[in-house]
Design a binder for this molecule. Structure first.
Ligand SMILES: C[S@@+](CC[C@H](N)C(=O)[O-])C[C@H]1O[C@@H](n2cnc3c(N)ncnc32)[C@H](O)[C@@H]1O
Length: 373
């Protein structure tokens, strides 16, 4: 495939993005449209070129053609890959993230900014029973070394379309970022328990909880989106995860059930700052108002689910963002309003922890945990 076809196709998609389509949606649409007409390697290169453009966006010259800007971004990426320290921390602080971020975070580590400019890796989560077989079948699987409980997490370094592989189609693994997998491990549900995955979405974490529970016990999986719950059911069927019940819930005071749970996970909607390495376009579309509006939603969600945690049960709050208002401030407000809960261990910390992209080579995530006294 020629470089010019990659640049032209990337430029075409960038025009769509300029017209208002988010980059990941435009790329998904392109993947679907060209699935039967273009080579997988070309589609991969086009996706990479589009994301690279947004990663280096503030280094580019807007009056150049889009093709030239994409080429300049790819050159910067290659240069950064060869010698990351060639780009000074001050330049990263000024150009890799929007200016408003400094006011929203307690500190912006230089190593995190450097990580944002690296190309992200791909993580998969195998079912507990299948992890050795999945790694053998896919090959090119590097086990995660970052956490002892992560025998089922692998970094995939190959080039196959994973969705077309037999182990995927038979439900033996999912594509799931390591940070999301760590949220499942922070919950650490036991077989036979009753859990509520209150913002279950398409079920990434529901399926992980189900596997950790060995399909025993019950998980209520709720979301306000019918479409996402339909997708959850499809994925759960493929993974043969049966110990769940899907229910619509709009996050309001009227709960989907009166059940008292051993554990409740609130994997809340958030501004997604922790995903900016994987989705660099979001750096330039997310606004401070998103942070403040979502913080209100997050606080309401926690307030509404808290009465459903049984005595001795745990409440886990997770967001793939790093803004103070959505992380430590939410935890502090909950602590102040709920003396009937006490901060609980979350990995090596008590109460809450931040998973940084540069430490785990994955999305950034904030996780807080409480136990009802
Ligand atoms: C971070 S995503 C969940 C991802 C999912 N847990 C997973 O692992 O795949 C947040 C979810 O919260 C849902 N949501 C947003 N606002 C909500 C609300 N007010 N009440 C209930 N769910 C809400 C969204 O539909 C979305 O699916």
């Amino acid at each position: 495939m020629s470089t010019s076809s990659v640049l032209n196709e990337a430029a075409r998609i960038l025009k769509q993005v300029r017209a208002g389509t988010p980059a990941d949606a435009a790329l998904r649409e392109n993947l679907t449209r060209t699935r039967h007409t273009s080579a997988p390697a070309l589609r991969r290169d086009v996706s990479r070129a589009v994301f690279t453009y947004f990663r280096w966006w503030r280094w580019l010259t807007p009056r150049d053609s889009l093709q030239n800007q994409v080429q300049a971004a790819l050159d910067l990426q290659a240069r950064f890959h060869r010698s990351p320290d060639a780009i000074k921390p001050e330049a990263l602080a000024a150009r890799a993230v929007p200016d408003w971020l400094a006011a929203e975070m307690d500190a912006i580590p230089a190593a995190w900014l450097q990580q944002l400019q690296r190309e992200p890796v791909l993580w998969i989560r195998a079912k507990q029973k299948s992890s050795a077989a999945v790694a053998a079948a896919l090959r090119d699987c590097v086990p995660s070394a970052s956490h002892p409980t992560l025998a089922t997490a692998f970094r995939y370094t190959g080039t196959s379309d994973l969705f077309l592989t037999e182990p995927f189609q038979s439900g033996q693994f999912e594509i799931q970022d390591l940070a999301s997998q760590l949220v499942g491990h922070a919950c650490a549900p036991q077989p036979g328990q009753t859990w509520w995955d209150a913002c279950a979405g398409e079920g990434g974490k529901t399926m992980h909880l189900s596997d950790l529970m060995q399909n025993k016990g019950m998980i209520w999986a709720s979301d306000r989106s019918k479409r996402r719950l339909a997708k959850l059911k499809e994925r759960a069927a493929r993974a043969a995860a049966f110990n769940y019940r899907a229910a619509e819930w709009d996050g309001g005071a009227k709960l989907p059930t009166k059940t008292k749970f051993d554990g409740v996970l609130v994997d809340a909607p958030c501004s997604g700052i922790g995903t900016w390495q994987r989705n660099p376009h979001a750096r330039w579309t997310t606004q401070p108002v998103d942070v403040s509006e979502l913080a209100v939603v997050q606080q309401h969600l926690l307030e509404h689910v808290a009465p459903s945690v049984k005595s001795g049960g745990r409440l886990i709050y997770a967001v793939c963002t790093l803004a103070r208002a959505e992380t430590s401030a939410i935890a502090a407000a909950f602590n102040a309003a709920h003396p009937e809960f006490e901060p609980a261990p979350v990995f090596a910390a008590v109460g809450s922890t931040t998973l940084w992209a540069h430490e785990i080579n994955a999305n950034g995530m904030f996780v807080a945990a409480w136990r009802r006294k």
